[in-house]
Design a protein around this ligand. Structure first.
Ligand SMILES: *Cc1c(COP(=O)(O)O)cnc(C)c1O
Length: 343
């Protein structure tokens, strides 16, 4: 039985042509700044995001953490939503690496308002932490792949700037937002001081993210990357996959979004499963199961379908579509689950 894996869009394997591009990449020692393929990727992704410069890093977590290190000093406070990747699943990096504390703001599926930012600011006093940075995640993973509407995003950025805060955009899946809405990634990117984007999620590369910002900040980011052990040598082998993904894998994200909608509609028909179809904006589907997430994940696994329990609710299961899930796989998934759950 073919296993169909919806746990995450990180499970994709590099295709033959992507491997070909990696195998023949021109390389040099990137810690010396001598890898032409890494440089090419950094220049391209920076331009795409509306920034001067970029830094290729091993992971999105490292990109976000370098951004925190650039913006904050120990004792500072970061404003973000309590379900954000930076807060929830980066190993406590805010506290452990930078001595920074988090102020979480109320959000609706990861999207918050300018008023929420104002409400989170500490009054200027010797007793309070300095509010330094707002982190915005677009699309929002725990929000079910929710896209930040550009107007809300712009309003939050404006309010943050008026209050003297920096803005970091965690755009691990920002290209999904672009493809879903037609708003170019640069429209979001250029309003932020720092932006991280992933090549290893929907774009299908095996490794890598980029942090984009001004040349000056990226120079400093290079030092922080080194400090975190992220300086890589002939990294052009990996950057080549990122370049290949930029060339070939962006418009096709629309297929992932279509597959997510089909999957969601099919799941919603099955006994015991509830899906809010209006919330399926990109490549993530949240399904509620009346007998609990663990049970649905187990039934799926038994039938060769992999999904993840979504930790934020005991009945919630997360399914993510990606490059290695075809339209036929979605149909096959629904066929298998129909017979498993209707029996
Ligand atoms: C996956 C993800 C990251 C981290 O990326 P890794 O490469 O897994 O470290 C950061 N932010 C968001 C929103 C993500 O979905």
């Amino acid at each position: 039985m073919r296993v169909i894996d919806f746990r995450s869009d990180t499970v994709t394997r590099p295709s033959q042509p992507m491997r070909q591009a990696m195998a023949f990449a021109e390389v040099g020692d990137d810690v010396y700044g001598e890898d032409p393929t890494v440089r090419a990727l950094e220049e391209r992704i920076a331009a795409r995001l509306g920034h001067e410069a970029a830094l290729f890093v091993p992971s999105g977590t490292q990109a976000n953490q370098i951004a925190i290190g650039l913006h904050c000093r120990p004792g500072d406070e970061v404003v973000l939503d309590g379900g954000s990747h930076t807060y929830c699943v980066e190993g406590g990096g805010l506290a452990a690496l930078w001595g920074v504390q988090a102020r979480s703001v109320p959000s609706i599926r990861g999207v918050f308002t300018p008023e929420a930012v104002s409400g989170a600011l500490s009054p200027e006093s010797l007793a309070t932490a300095r509010s330094r940075l707002v982190v915005i995640e677009n699309t929002h993973t725990r929000g079910g792949g929710r896209v930040w509407p550009l107007e809300t995003y712009s309003a939050v950025v404006k309010r943050a700037r008026e209050s003297g805060l920096g803005i970091h955009l965690d755009g691990a899946r920002l290209f999904n937002a672009e493809v879903a809405t037609g708003v170019p990634v640069s429209a979001y990117g250029k309003l932020a001081d720092t932006v991280s984007v992933a090549f290893s999620k929907g774009l299908g590369a095996p490794v890598g993210s980029a942090l984009c910002s001004s040349s000056e900040r990226i120079h400093e980011a290079r030092r922080l990357r080194k400090r975190l052990g992220g300086g890589m040598r002939q990294a052009g082998i990996l950057a080549a996959a990122g370049l290949f993904a930029l060339d070939h894998h962006i418009p096709r994200l629309a297929e992932d979004h279509l597959h997510a909608r089909k999957l969601a509609a099919g799941l919603a028909e099955l006994p015991g499963i509830t899906v809010d179809l209006t919330q399926v904006e990109t490549n993530i589907v949240f399904a509620f199961f009346e007998r609990g997430a663990a049970e649905l994940v187990a039934v799926m696994r038994k039938h060769g379908v992999l999904a993840s329990p979504e930790g934020s609710h005991p009945d919630l299961v997360r399914l993510v579509t990606h490059l290695d899930v075809s339209a036929a796989d979605v149909d096959e998934t629904l066929t298998r689950l129909r017979s498993a759950l209707s029996g």
